[in-house]
Design a binder for this molecule. Structure first.
Ligand SMILES: CC(C)(COP(=O)(O)OP(=O)(O)OC[C@H]1O[C@@H](n2cnc3c(N)ncnc32)[C@H](O)[C@@H]1OP(=O)(O)O)[C@@H](O)C(=O)NCCC(=O)NCCS
Length: 188
């Protein structure tokens, strides 16, 4: 039997990632204010299907515990020191060298300016070229066309649909599964 040999704590020494404008730094307690803004923004909550609310102590504890979590990678997306959002690799599956991706910018004031695509490209490059993973998957809501377009620009391919998987504002929505594997093209 062959193995792909990805460690269960492959994200323990998380590097800073950079794009043309963005700098992705390991998410830390210093990002608490930005995280609270993001988690309470109505549009960010709608686009991520966030039903629950978060209190500050809970988020502070979460941020403090992240360095101990080598099985997940959380970055703060920043530009010139300003907090723009969060990018995450989670649900690591070491035997299959597979992980899930999610991203959220802090609010509509920074959507549509290319930050998300730049950050996603940096994380995908890290996942394959540094962490040695084989697959990155994600889920996106049918109504979130901006995110779908951004993911496609990074090389993610639509793989399937979970029908009626999100209940939001009195309507069932489909959830689209997308993924990219190491041998897929990564458009510049
Ligand atoms: C999704 C997200 C990370 C994308 O990042 P972004 O910086 O806003 O997106 P970008 O500017 O990099 O790219 C958006 C692309 O979608 C396109 N787009 C935007 N709205 C669109 C629409 N209604 N229909 C089609 N394309 C659309 C833009 O034109 C752009 O493509 P282009 O460069 O080819 O013109 C960001 O918007 C975000 O965090 N949103 C809130 C949370 C969220 O949706 N997270 C993802 C959950 S799966």
């Amino acid at each position: 039997m062959s193995t792909v040999d990805v460690s269960h704590d492959v994200f323990r020494q998380l590097p800073v990632l950079t794009g043309d404008r963005v700098r992705l730094e390991p998410l830390a307690p210093s990002h608490l204010d930005g995280m609270m803004r993001m988690l309470s923004d109505p549009e960010a909550r709608r686009l991520t299907g966030t039903h629950r609310t978060f209190d500050e102590d809970e988020v502070r504890d979460h941020l403090a515990a992240l360095p101990l979590r080598g099985d997940r990678a959380h970055w703060a997306i920043t530009d010139d020191g300003a907090f723009l959002g969060e990018a995450v690799l989670h649900e690591l599956d070491p035997p299959n060298a597979s992980v899930q991706f999610r991203i959220c910018l802090v609010g509509p004031e920074v959507f549509g300016r290319g930050y998300g695509t730049e950050a996603t490209r940096a994380v995908v490059d890290y996942a394959f070229d540094v962490a040695g993973l084989h697959r990155v998957g994600l889920e996106v809501f049918d109504f979130n066309v901006r995110a779908q377009r951004s993911y496609e620009k990074c090389g993610f391919v639509r793989e399937g649909v979970h029908r009626g998987a999100l209940w939001w504002n009195g309507i069932w929505h489909d959830v689209i599964a997308m993924g990219i594997i190491a041998s897929d093209p990564r458009p510049a």
